[in-house]
Design a protein around this ligand. Structure first.
Ligand code: ZN
Length: 243
């Protein structure tokens, strides 16, 4: 099956629509790795667009925050303000949808989690050492995660568990080689790798071919809506810089 892999839409409808347009007719099913809402101005529209597609979706920490499931005192003040706005804005139907999201999925050769297989909602895999520890927490050859908003592949390169980070080469097909990998497609709606373009990936599960992609979208249209809703200026500014 041809899978569209997306993560961390973060209520950015413009970026989400751009990804769908860029990937049109190239996938059969969507795997969404969580954080559909939080930060951005379009929580209902983003959830509803996702719900209109053939898909599965995992719960992310921001989805849980919007449901009031976790203590947001650890969030920074800007993130907290966005969480409260999101919570007040979501419709009961979309809240019910988010409530029902699972934290992990195992499908064939792939384990899916928002953060990591060890701590599905919470853990950030930001370096090879953390990835290496996580390989013992899933059984399949490959694991797909989001959460860091940084596209990367961590590959186990020795039987001793040595792990290397491989930077993505966009729009280049990569044959999955049977070596164990933890793959992050990056973030659709709030990239944090100094590249403001929306990130996503395509995966052909039968042929084992993975292709990371970036696509520019109309950032200023999203910023305009965020200003309309009086969202924190720092959250508005970061979209154009990708941090
Ligand atoms: Zn996120």
């Amino acid at each position: 099956m041809r899978i569209l892999i997306i993560s961390d839409i973060h209520a950015n409808l413009t970026a989400f629509e751009q990804v769908l347009q860029d990937a049109a007719n190239q996938w059969d099913y969507v795997w969404c790795l969580g954080d559909v809402v939080g930060y951005g101005p379009d929580p209902n529209e983003s959830v509803e667009l996702l719900r209109s597609l053939p898909h599965l979706c995992l719960a992310g920490n921001h989805d849980w925050a919007a449901l009031g499931r976790l203590d947001i005192r650890t969030f920074n003040p800007d993130a907290r303000k966005a969480v409260n706005w999101t919570r007040e804005t979501l419709t009961p139907e979309n809240i019910a949808y988010l409530e029902a999201l699972p934290t992990t999925f195992v499908l064939g050769d792939y384990t899916l989690a928002h953060g990591s297989p060890r701590e599905p909602v919470w853990e950030y895999i930001l370096e090879p050492l953390i990835a290496a520890i996580n390989f013992s927490h899933f059984e399949t050859p490959y694991c797909l995660v989001g959460h860091t908003h940084q596209p990367v592949i961590y590959e186990m390169v020795s039987d001793q568990g040595d792990t290397e980070a491989i930077m993505p080469v966009y729009r280049q097909q990569r044959q999955l080689n049977g070596r164990r990998q933890i793959i992050n497609p990056g973030s659709v709606g709030q990239p944090r790798d100094a590249n403001p373009d929306a990130a996503y990936a395509l995966l052909d599960t039968e042929r084992g071919i993975f292709e990371p992609r970036r696509i520019a979208y109309n950032v200023s249209a999203v910023q305009k809506r965020m200003r309309k809703y009086d969202m924190p200026e720092r959250l508005i500014a970061r979209l154009e810089h990708g941090w």
